[in-house]
Design a protein around this ligand. Sequence first.
Ligand SMILES: [Zn+2]
Ligand SMILES: [Zn+2]
Length: 290
Amino acid sequence: MKVKFWGVRGSLPVPGKETVRYGGNTASLEIITENKEEILFDAGTGIYKLGKKLLNEKYTKTIHLFLTHFHWDHIQGLPFFAPFFDKDFHIKIYFYQVNGVGGRQVLESQLNPKFFPITCDIFSANVEFVAINELDEIKINGVTIKNTLNHHSAGTVSYKVIENGKSLVFMTDNELYCKKEESHPTVESMCDLNKDLVEFVKNSDALIHDTQYFEFNFSEKLGWGHSNNAAVAYFAHVSKVKNLYLFHYDPDHSDEKVDKLFNQTKDILSNELNSETEVTASYEGLEFIL
Ligand SMILES: [Zn+2]
Ligand SMILES: [Zn+2]
């Protein structure tokens, strides 16, 4: 599979000279499978440019869009996704349903004339909504997609994509639990408090994980539903992940701060944990093959 990042920011788009290297757009990831299936994760503002690219490519006509949850930074680009307005496209939107609400209802409330000048009725594409449940396995032409519930607002899920024995986990908006009395994670507490997620991520080839915060001021952010860089390093290490990609950066984090976030995380993995996990700070436009 070929993977490309179109938006790596959390919470709010932050364009400008301080974010030019990592990018200011919110969550959007593209995967092109070996059978040329187009699988997208989240619809933050990064999906705007991705939509234009898909419109210009003649071969892609079916798009599988998986949403992790409906917070703004994961759906804000949706009304500007160009394939909605082309009758040749079939767009399947997968989402986790909470209390019977999700999918079309959420999109209709976003495309309400009070907030946006058009409604869903104007779409020319064939748009289909697919509600998924925990532990469902979605099969798409040689690829399997599993999910698990995150430590975040109700109904937020992570996805694991498996193709030809390789696996990638997209886990954003997730708080790795830490012991309040510990100022720094330990292997034991990481495994004990996050058993469910370690099990899901174990031995994956690539993990893309929420790294919104630094460890040093994390005590102020406990319970906010996001992770700090030390916890992410420990989590990737105990889960025996091969390649960790930092993602969902705080809007206050300039390029220099993300550099620092990356260097600290790399230092913990290499020098403190003597880990075999490699780390990369994701940025808009980064591509890799798995
Ligand atoms: Zn978010
Ligand atoms: Zn969220």
